[in-house]
Write a protein of this length. Structure first.
Length: 201
């Protein structure tokens, strides 16, 4: 199986070439139903080889994002929250999370930092291993001087490398930090309103 990014003036595409057809329920579903953040392939057979093409518009890859963006705790949590949301959403539609292509060169983000993943029947990757590799990419570019960020990233990596990994284990680890982040954001907004009202008097 070979993967490459193809870019033209209008959009970027992920192309996967394989010797055998991997179509199935997921491909059919995604060609007929829009599932937010999960992209299905267009299939084409050429000279005994099957090409699956995923269209991502003008989005950038996760690899590109990590090279230019300074990650903080908030951005990291948003990223992993979206990974978890997409995998849980896939299960709601009876899609298999292992068929999501979770490699940093094949994951795309919009300018608003919304995550988009390619789904290919028969891909059958180890989700824990794929997430661990993404986390290792983050480790290379993150600020190790930030203790809370370092604790979070290494904690996620440890869970992904556990023998009996589940999405629930990862969710339980990141959920308290996500709740705290939401609470802090709400507190900041409410505090700002009180201060502006007080100053307005």
């Amino acid at each position: 199986m070979q993967m490459e990014i193809i870019s033209d003036l209008r959009e970027r595409k992920l192309q996967v070439r394989t010797e055998e057809r991997k179509g199935g329920y997921g491909t059919e579903l995604l060609n007929n139903t829009a599932v937010e953040g999960i992209v299905g392939p267009a299939e084409l057979s050429v000279d005994g080889e099957v090409q699956y093409t995923f269209s991502f518009g003008e989005k950038e890859t996760l690899t590109e994002y990590l090279k230019k963006e300074k990650l903080d705790e908030k951005k990291l949590l948003r990223l992993y929250r979206q990974f978890l949301e997409k995998m849980l959403l896939a299960e709601e539609y009876f899609l298999v999370p292992e068929n999501l292509i979770l490699c940093s060169d094949a994951i795309f983000l919009t300018s608003e930092r919304e995550l988009y993943l390619a789904y290919m029947d028969g891909y059958a990757a180890d989700v824990a291993d794929e997430l661990a590799k993404i986390t290792e990419e983050i480790m290379k570019v993150m600020d190790h001087g930030c203790r809370s960020l370092t604790f979070l990233v290494y904690g996620i990596h440890k869970i992904c490398r556990e023998e009996h990994f589940t999405l629930n284990k990862l969710l339980k680890f990141v959920l308290p930090s996500i709740i705290m982040m939401i609470f802090t954001s709400i507190y900041g907004v409410v505090d700002g309103l009180f201060v502006s009202n007080f100053v307005g008097r």
